[in-house]
Design a protein around this ligand. Structure first.
Ligand SMILES: NC(=O)c1ccc[n+]([C@@H]2O[C@H](COP(=O)([O-])OP(=O)(O)OC[C@H]3O[C@@H](n4cnc5c(N)ncnc54)[C@H](OP(=O)(O)O)[C@@H]3O)[C@@H](O)[C@H]2O)c1
Length: 253
């Protein structure tokens, strides 16, 4: 792999498992000083150890990204330890599937807190640093979902947050221009993670039928690295990456 990220600092939320773990590993492999944020310290430390063993630079920051004071502390620590923030990947998220009539306000708010409010809090703190640093600017990459285009049944809070992340990306792109901040969104389809292991899939790749193929976190991570590798004047604004046979997204009958 080329080292296009050398000297750059990347923060990845939800980096203790699944897509976030793969994205953090790929950014570190591309040379970025990578800060991994999530709640489970032990799992973060395990990913960090793997990155360091492979010759990368990484540090773990135990953070509940729904808590404003913890997000502020995360970015303060990053600024102190690394001096700047070049990339923020808003990846932390929870799956939420429930018929609308059973959704309590508490559940709705919990999903919004992780999938949407956390992305706002992290983006705000990152932009405060990106605006002040020299050279100015950076990239914010939001992890959306194909659910922002073709929702699953019984997924109201999840779908609403993923559509909202798209709006947030649009707004960040416009408002970030004056500070050299570039925002993009990646919409993954079925990818191996704790979302899928809970459904019995423990390996990426083919299943019993062509439509059962499930991507690896590395597949999504390669799009994130590509977005980060472009010149700061260029934005790969939106990317949908999915198993080619994913009929629930493209197809009928
Ligand atoms: N897997 C797919 O097929 C798929 C498809 C489309 C989109 N996505 C999106 O990909 C993203 C990652 O999900 P995943 O599939 O990789 O699932 P995952 O393996 O369950 O990972 C979710 C990550 O989010 C973190 N997280 C959850 N709540 C948090 C909080 N309050 N504070 C900090 N971190 C928190 C978890 O870490 P801790 O528990 O350690 O805090 C974990 O690292 C999500 O935004 C999801 O919507 C996934």
């Amino acid at each position: 792999m080329t080292k296009e990220m050398i000297g750059r600092v990347a923060v990845v939320t939800g980096a203790s498992s699944g897509l976030g773990r793969g994205i953090a590993q790929a950014l570190a492999a591309a040379g970025a000083k990578t800060v991994l944020a999530a709640r489970r310290t032990e799992m973060l430390e395990e990913v960090v150890a793997g990155i360091r063993d492979a010759g990368g630079i990484a540090l773990a920051e135990t953070t509940d990204v729904t808590r404003e004071e913890e997000v502020c502390r995360l970015f303060k620590n990053v600024r102190e330890a690394c001096g700047r923030v070049d990339v923020l990947v808003n990846n932390a998220g929870v799956a939420a599937h429930m018929p609308i009539e059973d959704i309590t306000l508490k559940y709705w708010q919990e999903v919004l807190d992780v999938n949407l409010t956390a992305a706002f809090l992290c983006s705000r703190e990152a932009i405060r640093i990106m605006k002040d640093q020299v050279p100015q600017g950076g990239r914010i990459i939001n992890i959306g979902s194909v659910s922002a285009k073709t929702p699953r049944p019984d997924s109201l809070p999840y779908t609403a947050t993923k559509f909202a992340l798209h709006g947030m990306t649009h707004q960040l792109t416009m408002d970030g221009r004056k500070y050299g901040v570039v925002a993009s969104i990646v919409h993954p389809g079925a990818t191996l993670s704790s979302f899928s292991t809970r459904r019995g899939r423990t390996k990426a790749g083919p299943g019993t039928a062509p439509e059962d193929y499930i991507m690896a976190a590395e597949d999504v991570a390669s799009v994130v690295v590509l977005m980060c590798s472009l010149p700061p004047e260029v934005n790969l604004y939106e990317a949908t990456i999915l198993p080619n046979h994913m009929r629930s997204f493209i197809g009928r009958g």
